[in-house]
Design a protein around this ligand. Structure first.
Ligand code: SF4
Length: 194
């Protein structure tokens, strides 16, 4: 399948319609030329409603506090290709969090995106996306050490959701030691492009 046909089919995907209480809306953003490919879990309800990835409290923390880049830089499709292992909001579980993304989504779409995007580095955000690429490995070890995907540098981050506050408290080393390294690579990839 050529790239245009692939993305037409992805945008029109309704594979999980019977699993959701809402109409599926695949959310992803970016150019296949973007130097950074960010892969997370699945859109939140806010993202589902707006169609903009990370357009919520988690996204503000990620862009402004963690990456330290402007909204314009983050949403510039020539900078970031933003996607997730589940492209549609999966609905809420009975504990108030979001349900896990349907596994079928990554099986249907993620490999194709990895084929088409010519990024220089990967940012893997949150445990669900991390488990897809690095199953059964220690999440903390993955966060604290350099990884590779398809021979390219990959950095694993916890999800910036406020629900993750305990992980943040338990792992101050992420903020003190690891985040500055990840941030340097992000800025380096963006600067090397221009
Ligand atoms: S979650 Fe993925 S597979 Fe399911 S409807 Fe959305 S795009 Fe299609």
């Amino acid at each position: 399948m050529d790239k245009d046909a692939f993305y037409r089919k992805l945008k029109a995907c309704r594979e999980c319609a019977s699993l959701f209480n809402h109409e599926p809306r695949p959310v992803f953003l970016g150019s296949s030329r973007a130097p950074i490919m960010q892969i997370s879990q699945a859109p939140s309800k806010t993202v589902h409603e707006t169609g903009y990835p990370f357009n919520d409290a988690s996204g503000e923390k990620l862009r402004r506090e963690w990456y330290r880049i402007s909204d314009a830089a983050f949403y510039n499709p020539e900078n970031f290709y933003i996607t997730s292992v589940g492209k549609c909001f999966p609905g809420k579980n009975n504990r108030g969090g979001d349900k896990k993304p349907p596994k079928i989504c990554a099986e249907l779409w993620l490999e194709g995106e990895l084929d088409y995007v010519e990024n220089a580095l990967y940012l893997i955000v949150g445990k669900a996306a991390t488990d897809h690429f690095f199953p059964r490995l220690s999440f903390v070890d993955l966060v604290m050490n350099d990884q590779t995907i398809r021979g390219k540098p990959a950095f694993v981050l916890p999800h910036p959701s406020p629900l993750n506050v305990k992980w943040f408290k338990d792992h101050p080393e992420f903020f003190e030691k690891r985040l500055p390294v990840i941030r340097r690579h992000i800025h380096g990839a963006l600067n090397s492009k221009s």
